[in-house]
Design a protein around this ligand. Structure first.
Ligand code: GLU
Length: 375
């Protein structure tokens, strides 16, 4: 499997790989993975990590009993374990001269709906970390997530992070090397499927429930993750992380299953934006900006002639030309007052107008759904 040339890769690390029930953190393994990550980064690839292990580490530290934990016990274990987990990544990455930045998310933060303001913040912060050459280390905010805003498994969380950040590839490092025609533990004849082009009901039925003691996500959540990733145009690989240097091993041809990205026409998120019937305001663009949007550019304040409506950052607004032609809709990156303040301004003047270094785009290109005649 060739990984060179990929611009952005998300690697998901399962608890069972990182933490041993008896002896705790598997440092040798962690260091070998960080070695692989260092090589990817040297080759020009941006790497994001989604790491499980907080609950597993915390339950060791707290010496919790050897039985399934109750929700509040897991949340307490995560509170203790997340500190250990962050420190482990930070130390191991620093040995490769890399800096780790911790991001804890809940379900809402990765969706375009109710939590779209924190979604924008999460995405912008992760984007900025990557620009600063730091490695985002993401986990679910297990200690505060209630059941309604909880993923509970990092396979789907990783898929959301990968699609939110427009990654080319998501790699799920697991304790199994891919998808088999049947759960391999019970079926000696089960065969590994190297490539899945389409997740059919037949593929789904192969998942069974291959889980392990320490990780919540069995094959079922991995297939769910594959659906999220591939529908949004991100390839996904399942491979075994049980050996040292798991990414080099993958590059050298170790077994894996590749779920191929489906062709997208803007993806589910853009459909969601386009589908909002009520918008909170209007942004009128000059001709230059209207043309720039059609070539896939973000909307900069400089291209805006006027603004109306009492919207907040993250609300959906209508984009119009000066002659009143509706170009499409987008999630606006600023509250109405600030947007009004910076309309027409050059990017270099944003800081003096706002009093802080604002984000360059009024509406990011990924947050825009243009009408068909303007796509
Ligand atoms: N967020 C959980 C943890 O860090 C892991 C969830 C999972 O196993 O997928 O312990």
């Amino acid at each position: 499997m060739q990984l060179s040339g990929k611009e952005r890769i998300v690697i998901k690390v399962g608890s069972a790989l990182l933490v041993d029930r008896a002896s705790g953190l598997k440092e040798d393994w962690l260091n070998s993975l960080c070695d692989d990550i260092g090589k990817l980064v040297e080759g020009g690839t941006q790497v994001l990590l989604v790491s499980s292990g907080a609950i597993a580490l915390g339950r060791n530290v707290l010496k919790l009993p050897n039985r399934p934990l109750k929700l509040d016990e897991s949340q307490a274990a995560a509170a203790v374990g997340q500190i250990e987990l962050g420190r482990a990544w930070s130390q191991a990455l620093s040995e490769k001269s890399l800096v780790a930045g911790q991001i804890l998310l809940t379900l809402n933060d990765t969706e375009g709906g109710a939590g779209r303001r924190t979604y924008l913040n999460a995405r912008d912060t992760i984007e900025r970390l990557l620009e600063l050459n730091a490695i985002p280390v993401v986990n679910e905010n297990d200690s505060i997530a209630t059941s309604e805003i909880r993923y509970g498994d990092n396979d789907r969380l990783a898929a959301r992070v990968a699609t939110m950040m427009n990654a080319d590839l998501l790699i799920l490092l697991s304790d199994i090397d891919g998808l088999y025609t049947a759960p391999p533990n019970d079926n000696p004849d089960a065969k590994l499927i190297p490539v899945v082009g389409n997740i059919t009901p037949e593929i789904e039925s192969m998942a069974g429930s291959a889980g392990s003691e320490l990780s919540r996500g069995g094959m079922v959540t991995k297939i769910e993750a594959a659906k999220i990733a591939t529908r949004a145009g991100t390839d996904m690989i399942i491979t075994s992380g049980t050996r040292n240097h798991p990414i080099s091993a993958l590059q050298n041809g170790e077994a894996s299953t590749l779920f191929k990205a489906l062709p997208t026409s803007g993806g589910a998120r853009k459909k969601w934006i386009a589908g909002q019937l009520q918008t909170a305001g209007e942004v009128i663009l000059d001709d230059g900006a209207a043309t720039a949007l059609q070539t896939g550019k973000s909307l900069l304040p400089a291209g805006v002639t006027s603004i109306s409506g009492n919207f907040a950052r993250g609300d959906v607004v209508t984009l119009k030309t000066k002659t009143g032609f509706i170009l499409g809709q987008g999630l606006i990156g600023y509250d109405a007052e600030e947007a009004d303040l910076i309309k027409g301004a050059n990017s270099t003047d944003l800081e003096s107008l706002l009093g802080y270094a604002g984000r360059p785009a009024l509406i990011h290109r990924d947050d825009m759904a243009l009408n068909p005649s303007h796509n």
